[in-house]
Design a protein around this ligand. Structure first.
Ligand code: PLP
Length: 430
């Protein structure tokens, strides 16, 4: 994709990773609904299995439709290589997999998607991995949490749900100092609002389920590798820098350089964990990505208007949108995501838990769903749903207190959204 990088974002989101189908001339990326690919001869098959030639073997590993999406997101993020996965959560495991081993830990921000906190604090223990959660505004605490067994630092660009923006440059400086890879979940910012690699990230993960697809039709994920991390320098990443027994002793970093992570993720990660994206899902996400910049502009414009309206409403206690001058993270917008602070934020209703529940039930246009990044506006009461399994302290740290409602602002007419919020607030606080 280096070739395509002479183009601007609006061009890449339509053209990167795709050209007319060589077999038929089909202009749109076809859905290659096939499990396997015929080898030209036995010699060709052997070369593919040896990674001496890049090609298609079996769709658990690679598929042309899925590869087109991987290459497109890679180009939009300014990466060296990318892989698509079955979900955003799968992408997180796939990002950690080559780096971690039993006894290793990831140091993660306290401000994360609720499901990620559960995945990191509970489920990864089954692999012998663990996570330490730290306030990423406290750089000393971050450094203090890093130990000899730490293999990665993990955060989100714009953290869901509290409207928090991570100072990626500051975190990357710490990662750089201690020689560890920084993994950034860029789901809620999208590559249109922020390119974490430009701020020093090693790996970028996405839930393609959200803005990349943009209409709530797909579950998918992507991992993009910057290709710049030196996996051999510290001796901490033997699966990448030493002969890997799971792939007949191949030393991925020595053999593949900046593409080591990507090839490892395909040849071992997707092969053995099987968290593969299906070609039809990839096709839908490719359609979504074509209009990403246009949608994000409207998402941001609507979010700004709605957030400002809510902030001025006497029934509202506070609004946590980083695009509002009242936000403590307002000054990070210019540095991290100058095109806007996204379209996801929370606000507190006077009246607490009860009022929030009434408010959510009183909305007409906003759908009450456990999703975000849809063309249509969505609402959720995090404390009773997505962040329900967290304790009160974790809820507070994540910005999901009981009196707070999360909005994912869609691309409808902002006047209609405001009118709907107005009538539901009236019901909630009557
Ligand atoms: C939704 C989401 C995830 C998980 O993605 P899935 O596709 O639902 O598995 C991870 N991180 C963030 C920020 C998300 O919004």
């Amino acid at each position: 994709m280096t070739q395509a990088s002479k183009y601007g974002f609006d061009t890449l989101q339509i053209h990167a990773g795709a050209k007319p189908d060589p077999a038929t001339g089909a202009r749109q990326v076809p859905i290659y609904q096939t499990t396997a690919y015929a080898f030209k001869d036995a010699e060709h098959a052997a070369r593919l299995f040896n990674l001496q030639e890049v090609g298609y073997i079996y769709s658990r590993l690679t598929n042309p439709t899925v590869s087109a999406l991987a290459d497109r997101v890679c180009a939009l993020e300014g990466g060296a290589g990318a892989i698509c996965c079955s979900s955003g959560h799968a992408a997180q495991i796939m990002a950690l997999f080559p780096l971690m081993g039993p006894g290793c830990n990831v140091v993660a921000s306290t401000r994360l998607y609720g499901g990620t906190i559960t995945q990191f604090s509970q489920t990864i223990k089954r692999f012998g991995w663990s996570a330490k959660f730290v306030d990423f505004d406290d750089l000393e605490a971050l450094e203090a949490a890093i130990d000899d067994n730490t293999r990665a630092i993990f955060c989100e660009t714009i953290a869901n749900p509290g409207g928090y923006i991570t100072d990626l440059d500051a975190i990357a400086a710490v990662a750089n100092k201690v020689g560890l890879p920084l993994i950034v979940d860029n789901t809620t910012a999208t590559p249109y609002l922020c390119n974490p690699i430009a701020h020093g990230a090693t790996l970028v993960v996405h839930s393609a389920t959200k803005y990349l697809t943009g209409n709530g039709t797909v579950t998918g994920g992507v991992v993009v590798d910057s290709g710049t991390f030196d996996w051999s320098a510290s001796g901490k990443f033997p699966s990448l820098s030493e002969p890997e027994p799971a792939y007949h002793g191949l030393n991925f970093h020595a053999a593949l350089g900046g593409m080591a992570f990507t090839f490892h993720s395909i040849a071992i990660g997707l092969r053995d964990l099987g968290m593969t994206m299906n070609p039809q899902g990839a096709h839908y996400t490719l359609m979504g990505v074509e209009t990403l910049s246009l949608r994000m502009e409207r998402h941001v414009a609507n979010a700004k208007r709605v957030a400002a309206w809510l902030e001025n409403d006497p029934r509202v206690e506070f609004v946590t949108y980083a695009g509002l001058p009242s936000s403590p993270y307002y000054n990070r917008v210019e540095k991290i995501c100058p095109k806007g602070a996204g379209a996801l934020f929370t606000f507190a209703i006077k009246g607490g838990y009860e009022a929030c529940v009434k408010f959510v039930d009183g909305l007409d246009l906003f759908s009450h769903v456990a999703n975000l990044g849809d063309a249509r506006s969505l609402v959720i009461h995090s404390a009773s749903t997505t962040h329900r399994q967290l304790n009160a302290e974790q809820q507070k740290a994540a910005g999901a207190e009981p009196n707070v409602v999360r909005l994912s602002i869609g691309i409808e007419d902002a006047n209609d959204l405001i009118a709907d919020l107005d009538q539901a607030l009236a019901k909630a606080t009557a």
